[in-house]
Design a protein around this ligand. Sequence first.
Ligand SMILES: [Zn+2]
Length: 118
Amino acid sequence: MKKINKKDTEEFRQRLLMTESEIKALLGQTVQDSKPVDLDLPIGRLSRADAMQMQNMAALNKRQMEIKLKQVEGALSAIEQGSYGSCRKCNGEIRPARLEARPETPFCIGCQEAFETG
Ligand SMILES: [Zn+2]
């Protein structure tokens, strides 16, 4: 099985930091101004794909964004503590493919499913 190494962890960290600042920007936006992102505006270094992604994220409700932000922050501190990639509930390994899909996830698939089905 593929293990996550230092380089992978650094990539996840970069992605998490980006997600963190996107969510913070969006949360700030919903408070001050809830206008949708205008795709015709010059958006500097952001690509159209990034802008679309941000629009998708804007569609998430504020509560979901806050939960995701908490998970992102938790994942970032897990990286700092060297515990990233371990499930916070059962301490088992979170599969790299799952981390690639959702770098902020705090649980392995088994615990997540148990959690979602109650
Ligand atoms: Zn678990």
